[in-house]
Design a protein around this ligand. Structure first.
Ligand code: ADP
Ligand code: MG
Length: 494
């Protein structure tokens, strides 16, 4: 599971103290301990409504703190003495379900013994069924897997009082409509229902009509602080578009860039162009298997991949810190989507670039964006973009995959210890460490990758020798030397 680091959203004014809400002193104390000093705007707008027991439809951008908004609500509806499932959160993907589970766990620390269970595909049914038999207060899961449990009778929802649809529009995009309807129909009719969605297509309206009772609506389109995100538009012809992305990268040289395409085909085409030019780029799309998706996200978040190419749907909800640039490969017809996209950069105290490519026939779309922003945008000529250096743009890190994970009781400290102990590297050369169920991923400085791979494979972790390989970001370019080296190392029996 990718453990993407979180950037705290901008809190609302200090007037929006959690203390004004009907929350217990223990919950308030826990929030202080977590460093949640004030409510974010979406929390300030929705918590007074939901803590009063109303149904809610909320629209807000990624990273605005929606999880805590519904988590605090479902926790306040919870009776811990009743050992039955009382709250259920439906999420589109496993990694989002994992992020939500972690956040609820943090917020639930105020009380002892609240049991939260994650029910997602990609892991086997049996252990989940065993955990359910032991009892849980809260379940978080993907609609498909929850439906499986309902049909096998392993999940009982009779005591449910809170149902949450998180990233509802994305669940629809992923074809979960029927599963969501089935699952919602299994819930008691007397309950509170909360629906979170970035957009409001007809499918969402239909769900809301069918499953929410007199919902109140909250919609927050966050305006970005203009000075932190520097927006530039470039006029191009359609033929120049993909090549222009490469020129932008060569000129601005951002460490991490999220490049948004309007279609999957455009993602594929762009990935090809970038890789041919030697960029370390990966694409995120719906056809990836869960394990591949995890690997892509881990490599991007740990800075082993310079460019992540994605559609809006694929990138939705992911909380990625440290993004130097967002490139709009194409102008989106929906100005709200533009605002959503560029809000991914310039988080926390960092500046960010929002670079957009527009062809002449797309000026109407740009005009809609200008109207939504309420300010003019800056135009720059493409010719102004000489490469800033003739060195290729390389990511600072590379990822080593260790075949072994939580199941083998490996913890991040064990990996760090192995690299800084016997292997002799210093901690500054080691980046993020993600321990998954069966695999562990560690980012190391690019120039020590081969050495680190060899020494880890030759040494021991948790008293056992492990297989280690370098994950290659740029499969098509001629830089697959490390994997050939791997092969020869193995042959030499190292
Ligand atoms: P969303 O679901 O809207 O995309 P998240 O719920 O994932 O956003 O929140 C983004 C990050 O902000 C998380 O790391 C979370 O811990 C943090 N966060 C949420 N609320 C607050 C708050 N009131 N103060 C500080 N940090 C917060
Ligand atoms: Mg969320």
């Amino acid at each position: 599971m990718p453990n993407l680091s979180h950037t705290p959203p901008t809190p609302a004014s200090p007037g929006d103290a959690f203390e004004q809400l009907p929350l217990s002193p223990a919950v308030l104390e826990n929030l202080r301990r977590l460093g949640y000093l004030a409510m974010t705007p979406i929390q300030a707008a929705s918590l007074p409504i939901t803590l009063a027991g109303h149904d809610l439809i909320a629209q807000a951008k990624t990273g605005s703190g929606k999880t805590a908004a519904f988590a605090l609500t479902l926790l306040s509806n919870l009776n811990t003495r009743n050992f039955a499932v009382q709250a259920m959160v439906l999420c589109p993907t496993r990694e989002l379900a994992d992020q939500v589970t972690q956040e609820i766990r943090r917020l639930a620390r105020a009380e002892d013994n609240i049991k939260i269970l994650s029910l997602v595909g990609g892991s086997t049914m049996r252990p989940q069924m065993a955990s359910l038999e032991h009892g849980a207060h809260i379940v978080v899961g993907t609609p498909g897997r929850i439906l499986d449990h309902l049909q096998r009778g392993s999940l009982n929802l009779e005591s449910l009082n809170t149902l949450v649809f998180d990233e509802a529009d994305r669940m629809l995009d992923m074809g979960f409509f029927d599963d969501m309807v089935y699952v919602a129909k299994q819930c008691p009719t007397r309950r509170q229902t909360l629906l979170f969605s970035a957009t409001y297509p007809e499918g969402i309206a239909q769900l809301a009509r069918q499953f929410l009772r007199q919902p109140q609506e909250v919609k927050l389109l966050e305006r970005h602080e203009g000075d932190k995100i520097r927006q530039r538009f470039y006029e191009i012809t359609s033929e120049e578009r993909l090549d222009a992305v490469a020129r932008l990268l060569k000129h601005y040289r951002p460490v991490s860039t999220l490049a948004f395409c309007n279609t999957r085909q455009q993602c594929r085409d762009l990935l090809k162009v970038l890789r041919t030019q030697g960029f370390h780029a990966l694409a995120l799309h719906g056809e990836l298997e869960q394990r591949e998706r995890d690997q892509v996200l881990i490599q991007f978040a740990n800075r082993s991949c310079s460019v992540l190419v994605a559609t809006d749907v694929a990138a939705r909800g992911l909380d990625i810190a440290q993004l130097e640039a967002v490139i709009n490969v194409d102008v989106t017809p929906d100005p709200e989507v533009y605002i959503h996209r560029i809000g991914r950069t310039g988080r926390a105290d960092q500046d960010g670039w929002a670079l957009s490519l527009a062809s002449t026939n797309q000026m109407r779309r740009v005009a809609a964006i200008v109207k939504e922003l309420g300010t003019q945008v800056e135009w720059h000529p493409l010719a102004e973009l000489p490469p800033a250096s003739d060195q290729p743009l390389l990511p600072p890190m590379a990822t080593l995959q260790i075949l072994g994970g939580r199941r083998d009781k490996i913890r991040p400290g064990d990996v760090l210890g192995a690299l800084t102990g016997d292997a002799g590297f210093n901690a500054a050369q080691i980046g993020k460490i993600n321990v998954g169920e069966m695999n562990t991923y560690v980012a190391v400085a690019r120039d020590i990758a081969m050495d680190a791979q060899r020494r880890l494979a030759a040494g021991k972790i948790k008293g056992r020798s492990v297989k280690v390989r370098i994950l290659e970001v740029n499969a098509e370019a001629p830089t697959d030397a490390p994997s050939r080296a791997n092969a020869s190392i193995k042959r030499r029996g190292l």
